[in-house]
Design a binder for this molecule. Structure first.
Ligand SMILES: [Zn+2]
Length: 470
């Protein structure tokens, strides 16, 4: 008998490999942080002894979801600026809070945000951290949350050009590009050798850097071998700004400075001209589609069918909790599945299996990790979850893929394994005290709202502020 770290036995496995195989009554064998073997349960039990064994009977193993866009610090800003379009929302939530945000605000928000991601089946999250207004070193709070919760994290280090902040928004930390690139370097070094944490460069939006900055960003990304991610064409403002300042579209500004490429993850991509679509396809950029956030802010609907028709890899993102009010990836998955059918009045558009690909194997390609993540195959990293359909929302199951996409919720995600470690088992987070994380976030978010003067009035309504405020 060979001793291995973990065996899940008697489970059905939805592999999401290139043949989309589904395997009944199989065992998934984990050694260290990798999937060592996938074999019929009987054969595996005769061959392997697990230091830990989980009975997966009546459950389905899926590859963990890859959430390619969020802002974890916003998990402390849920509920603010609702029922307002993008820029009014920014001015009544995120921008007001940023100058008052300290390390503990970002840490408590990121920690809770990671737990919420894990609870909806997410094993990898690409965070886009742009809360740099009040203190230096706040990215380390997200890093700490990744480390402690056990999630696989890509920390997108943003840069805010303080010269372009709107009037009335103060920003005590005036971060120069020099400081920004130095901090990217520091964080790349800090993540070096960490099994689960890596870096990305994430300029906020087209006006957050000038052309010289973009050229340097491309050189630095190449030097460190890390991806670039950026909000692009969420509204018409990107192109209007770029046309006025540069005489060409936002995508063309990026392209002429070498930014667009296979390691560029464009976020939102809602308002795309024919010319921009052609350019993005030519450069083989990657796409992060965030339908729930786009719907809440009424930004519009990304032409996902067209982007897919151009052969681009498309992934899904929750976006931050300030513009989604949740980190529930299952909600994003269902929304992506039904939104495009409705808009195009075509029920055959983007079937459940295509949406699941976006959340798993295609998502892995989007972050440049298709060889290691996104499917359940021997040799890949052990990132997966057990979907237990024995609850009233999911039962009966005719097809596990349809059940997961259309009929599930986070309570059906019972056990989550990331990098070979069981971070949640039978619904209980094992890496930290979740009840304390909930209390800490409520207190911390309340304090932040008070300091930012975002207190007890929402859209002209006096509101009560909720529990755990003292
Ligand atoms: Zn965003």
């Amino acid at each position: 008998m060979e001793t291995v770290d973990l065996i899940i036995v008697h489970a059905a496995i939805v592999t999401m490999d290139k043949d989309l195989r589904m395997l009944d009554d199989h065992a998934l064998v984990v050694q260290g942080n990798r999937i060592a073997a996938i074999e019929p349960s009987g054969a595996a039990l005769a061959k392997y002894e697990g230091r830990k064994t989980i009975d997966g009977r009546d459950q389905f193993i899926f590859p963990g979801f890859i959430n390619t866009h969020t802002h974890l610090f916003q998990s402390g800003l849920k509920g603010l600026g609702r029922d307002k379009p993008l820029y009014e929302w920014l001015d009544s939530s995120v921008r007001r809070a940023l100058p008052h945000m300290v390390y503990e605000n970002v840490y408590h928000a990121a920690r809770a945000g990671c737990i919420e991601n894990i609870r909806s089946g997410v094993t990898t999250v690409l965070d886009y951290m742009y809360a740099h207004c009040s203190q230096v070193g706040l990215d380390d709070a997200v890093f700490q949350a990744f480390d402690e919760t056990g999630i696989r994290g890509i920390l997108g280090r943003a840069h805010t050009n303080t010269a372009s902040l709107p009037a009335g928004v103060t920003c005590p930390v005036n971060e120069t590009e020099e400081m920004f690139f130095a901090d990217v370097e520091r964080l790349v070094e800090k993540a070096r050798g960490h099994a689960r944490i890596s870096l990305a460069i994430a300029p906020g939006i087209i006006w957050d850097m000038d052309e010289q900055g973009y050229r340097r960003m491309r050189r630095e990304a190449d030097r460190h071998g890390i991806p670039i991610t950026m909000h692009l064409d969420e509204t018409h403002d990107d192109d209007e700004y770029a046309l006025q300042r540069y005489g060409v579209s936002a995508a063309e500004v990026l392209d002429r400075n070498g930014v667009l490429g296979e390691d560029f993850i464009g976020v939102h991509l809602v308002h795309l001209s024919e010319r921009t679509l052609e350019l993005l396809a030519k450069r083989r950029i990657k796409v992060s589609h965030n339908p729930v956030s786009n719907m809440i802010l009424a930004s519009g609907v990304s032409p996902v069918g067209e982007l897919k028709g151009l052969g681009l890899d498309i992934s899904l993102g929750t976006d931050g909790a300030a513009s989604n009010d949740s980190q529930n990836m299952l909600e994003v998955i269902k929304t992506a599945a039904i939104l495009h059918k409705c808009i195009h009045q075509d029920a055959a558009l983007l079937p459940a299996i295509d949406i699941l690909k976006m959340a798993t194997c295609e998502g892995a390609k989007v972050i440049g990790r298709g060889d290691e993540l996104g499917s359940i195959e021997a040799g890949k990293r052990a990132d997966f979850f057990l979907f237990d359909p024995r609850n009233i929302a999911c039962v009966p199951v005719a097809d596990p893929v349809s059940s997961l996409v259309y009929s599930s919720n986070p309570t059906a995600v019972q056990t989550v394994v990331i990098d070979g470690r069981v971070v949640m088992e039978q619904g209980k987070i094992g890496t930290l005290d979740e009840a304390a994380a909930i209390r800490d976030l409520q207190r911390s978010a309340y304090g932040l709202r008070q300091r930012a003067g975002l207190g007890n009035e929402i859209n002209g309504r006096k509101v009560i502020v909720g529990p755990f405020t003292s």
